[in-house]
Design a protein around this ligand. Structure first.
Ligand code: ATP
Length: 344
């Protein structure tokens, strides 16, 4: 028998835990379809940090890196840890330590009455740029360094070019190389090189500010957008706004160069949403679609498609949480999706 695919579950905090509880039964469902899958839950998050002082211990990180194939992640962030130290250490340690440099954030209209027709995928570099956590504050002055390295930029752009080629859609690089001459200058140089190597892709660079304006005016000409960590964060949240908001957007981060056994982490685009956490108000759709992305990464296309179809069917039949103008709670929405899986 093949050895089991091992998935680590890290629900984290707040809404992350609410939505993780809804997708967990899908792992048993995948098993019932013959997938050899083992899932192990990890406690890392604010409760664990406040009780033990641990964020993500080195031994646990090593276990995740070497003993699992993928991670399904909820969200981290809790008002009881105002400086966000645990969240930063857990999430950034995973992203940077596992070298998950490609963050894929697709935004596709999933149901009638949910936003406008929209189908744009953002490729966001996930480990560097201004989020590399190198900086300091001194009296009257604060510094955040933005570091961009050629291998990480190249890996991100290669993934974006491949995807644009596969979908036969245009690729746009969002940058501000007119101001950020060094960092974004590097992005532009590698982009131009890859453009020459992929003549079939209609590819161009755009200043990020002009791109945002054009996207809001008419998203139809856009297919794939590539960006650094900071711009990609902003652009992908804007894209989520076109398809119903933070609750419905999924993401998958992966390491194309496969340096470790664990090559991918799936998580919804939203954060821990303390304003709605634990109250049955979080929309679990982003989490279901994130699990679909992880299944596809593992080569389980049938399960990925069934999950996506389950979400679409539930929305088509009018199932809506409050953020989408409906009345369903987190659990009812989860059940509306899961019941369609049982029928598939
Ligand atoms: P982060 O920096 O980690 O992305 P954040 O504080 O910027 O976190 P979120 O936690 O994503 O943002 O919350 C932003 C807004 O979106 C909040 O008003 C929150 O209630 C709403 N929101 C987030 N997730 C969901 C969800 N699953 N369902 C419904 N609304 C959500």
């Amino acid at each position: 028998m093949d050895s089991a695919v091992r998935i680590a579950l890290i629900p984290g905090d707040g809404a992350g835990r609410d939505v993780m509880a809804e997708v967990e039964p899908c792992l048993a469902w995948a098993r019932s379809r013959g997938r050899n899958l083992e899932a192990v839950a990890f406690p890392y998050g604010a409760d664990h940090f406040l009780a033990t002082g641990e964020t993500l211990p080195p031994a646990a990180f090593a276990e995740l890196r070497d003993g699992f194939d993928g991670i399904l992640f909820g969200a981290v962030g809790d008002p009881r840890v105002p400086d966000g130290r645990h969240a930063e250490e857990i999430l950034l340690r995973l992203r940077q330590g596992l070298e998950l440099g490609v963050n894929f954030r697709p935004s596709r209209s999933a149901g009638p009455g949910l936003g406008i027709p929209f189908d744009v995928e953002v490729f966001r570099e996930n480990t560097e740029g201004p989020y590399c956590l190198q900086g300091h504050t001194e009296p009257g002055r604060a510094v955040d360094l933005a570091v961009h390295t050629e291998p990480a930029v190249r890996r991100l752009l290669e993934a974006a070019f491949r995807r644009a080629e596969e979908r036969n859609v245009p690729l746009v690089l969002a940058h501000k190389a007119n101001v950020l001459k060094h960092g974004h200058g590097l992005w532009l140089r590698v982009f131009e090189e890859l453009k020459a190597a992929h003549p079939a892709v209609s590819a161009r660079g755009m200043h990020a500010d002009a791109l945002l304006c054009a996207l809001v005016q008419d998203p139809k000409p856009f297919g794939v957008i590539a960006a650094d960590n900071y711009l990609g964060d902003l652009i992908s949240d804007l894209c989520a706004g076109f398809i119903g908001g933070m609750g419905v957007a999924p993401s998958l981060s992966w390491a194309p160069h496969r340096p470790f056994r664990c090559t991918a982490l799936a998580e919804p685009v939203h954060g821990s949403a303390p304003d709605i956490a634990g109250r049955g108000l979080a929309n679990p759709i982003g989490m279901f679609l994130s699990l679909a992305l992880l299944f596809r990464h593992l080569g389980w296309t049938g399960e990925a498609e069934a999950l996506e179809a389950g979400v679409e069917a539930a929305l088509h039949d009018g199932a809506r949480t409050r953020d989408l103008g409906g009345t369903l709670g987190t659990i009812e929405m989860g059940e509306a999706i899961r019941s369609r899986l049982r029928e598939s």
